[in-house]
Design a protein around this ligand. Structure first.
Ligand SMILES: [Fe+2]
Length: 156
């Protein structure tokens, strides 16, 4: 493990992991928005699906923060910090139709995957921290699976 000593280099890993943490937090709130406000004939199915997704977000963000603590890093813990570094834009179109919502989630998940890939690379190549990289790769795998299913629901 190459992250025992705090310093400029360690800050790079901490910053990139905090960005991924922020993405999960903003997505967690955003998925609740869709869970509550989705309209139309597919409401029963989508309402349940979005609950599954925000539960996934809750699990991932806690796992990531606790991994950071385990390797001596400080996970951000305020909404202010999350909103300032997240790649995900908050909110959504209340009452938007279900296809709009699904496309928004797929776009957001794609942004998260991009961020996670960069973080994985930093963890692996600059810190030789394969355990953190493995965890991030699992996040990527789960997001990509959901993207496939959401796209299939839209008919893409
Ligand atoms: Fe609910």
């Amino acid at each position: 493990m190459a992250v025992k000593e705090p310093g400029k280099k360690t800050a790079k890993l901490q910053d990139t992991l905090n960005e991924q943490l922020a993405n999960w937090w903003v997505m967690y709130v955003k998925l609740h928005h869709f869970h509550w406000y989705v309209k139309g004939p597919h409401f029963p199915v989508l309402h349940v699906k979005f609950e599954e997704l925000y539960e996934m977000a809750a699990k991932k963000l806690d796992e990531l923060a606790e991994r950071m603590l385990a390797i001596g890093l400080e996970p951000s813990s305020t909404m202010k910090e999350y909103l300032s570094v997240s790649h995900i834009k908050e909110g959504g179109k209340a009452g938007a139709d279900d296809t709009d919502i699904l496309e928004t989630i797929v776009d957001d998940f794609a942004k998260m995957v991009d961020g996670l890939k960069k973080a994985t690379q930093i963890a692996e190549e600059e810190f030789e921290d394969t355990a953190t990289a493995d965890m991030l790769n699992e996040h990527i795998e789960d997001l990509q699976k959901q993207m496939w299913m959401l796209n299939a629901t839209i008919g893409k």
